[in-house]
Design a protein around this ligand. Structure first.
Ligand code: AMP
Ligand code: MG
Length: 310
């Protein structure tokens, strides 16, 4: 408890002086900076080697902290009351006098916002006088980080501080929904679309594969392990690591399991670290068996598909 408090103090000190640090969230680790500071925003893009036209998600403690920056609407209120804090990001209209850096939004008149649930991050957000711009803590287009050691692997000494908050409980990024007109899903994520549908009870467009890239993070290659990956595989080829959804008895050293018993939520949590582990073991190719395309399984398949565009 005490050490948490001194770590939060340390994190605040870095952020107040416009440094970037890594922070834990329930989805994936974030590379965070003051969302009101041009300097911090530019630093995030530089550290991640992220194209400047790919805007960042802004993380808030609560609605009060948000009211100066965005225009909210009925769909937002319904979803916020049900799912926030949690793994859902809303794209809303920016207010004219918003203090968010134009580098965060890439000069758009909309902004992506989220209310993370991780306790330590909430404690930090509560003591800050600004929201945090925080994309995933990984080099652009690579695998996201879900534990402090992943963040270290991505950035090494270039990153001054990691606020350590254990392993991410969800392990895949947030679901992004645009609410400025007809609700549309821009990215599948930790919250399933069926749950969202039950709350807003109207048509939701699924635009995560749209050719007209509203969300630049939808560029096809993403979440890349840096080695080729094939999906829907029944039998692996010689030398391939084989990823299965459910544990089974085998003498093959190249078999890896996403969950003990077909659990898609656990499989999502294990996805990135397992792929990272396989790569670090020196495998040159990955084969993945067919993953059921239901609930969070849709998010797993989305990530695998992008990772396979190597
Ligand atoms: P990451 O920061 O890696 O979690 O990715 C954030 C995602 O949010 C990217 O896919 C961005 O393109 C998307 N995003 C951020 N701001 C906006 C916005 N104003 N409109 C649409 N998508 C956005
Ligand atoms: Mg990312």
């Amino acid at each position: 408890m005490k050490s948490n408090q001194s770590n939060i103090k340390k994190a605040k000190k870095y952020l107040d002086s416009n440094e970037c640090i890594a922070v834990p969230t329930e989805t994936v680790y974030g590379l965070a900076g003051n969302a009101y500071s041009d300097f911090s925003a530019k630093k995030i893009f530089k550290l991640k080697k992220r194209p400047s036209n790919n805007p960042l998600i802004v993380h808030y403690y609560n609605l009060k902290a948000l009211e100066h920056d965005c225009i909210i609407n009925e769909d937002f209120k319904k979803l916020y009351n049900k799912f926030s804090p949690g793994p859902i990001t809303y794209v809303l209209k920016l207010k004219k006098n918003s203090k968010i850096s134009k580098f965060v939004t890439n000069n758009k008149n909309t902004v992506a916002i989220r209310f993370p649930k991780h306790k330590l991050l909430r404690k930090l957000l509560k003591v800050l006088s600004y929201p945090l711009a925080a994309p995933s803590a990984n080099i652009s287009s690579k695998l996201s980080s879900v534990q402090p050691s992943d963040v270290k692997e991505e950035f090494g000494r270039k990153l001054k501080y990691i606020l350590k908050g254990g392993r991410c409980s969800i392990g895949v990024e947030s679901t992004i929904i645009k609410l400025t007109d007809t609700p549309s899903i821009l990215r599948l994520g930790g919250l399933s679309v069926s749950k969202i549908k039950k709350i807003i009870k109207k048509q939701i467009l699924i635009k995560n594969k749209s050719k007209n890239k509203i969300s630049p993070g939808l560029f096809s290659l993403h979440y890349s392990p840096g080695i080729p990956l094939r999906m829907n595989v029944k039998k692996p080829n010689e030398g391939e690591a084989f990823v299965l959804i459910k544990k089974r008895k085998t003498n093959s050293k190249n078999y890896f399991f996403l969950s003990k018993n077909n659990n898609l939520i656990k499989a999502a949590r294990n996805l990135y670290p397992l792929i990272r582990k396989i790569k670090n073991k020196g495998y040159k190719k990955i084969a993945v068996e067919k993953i059921p395309n239901i609930g969070i399984g849709q998010t797993i398949n989305d990530r695998l598909e992008r990772a396979s565009k190597y």
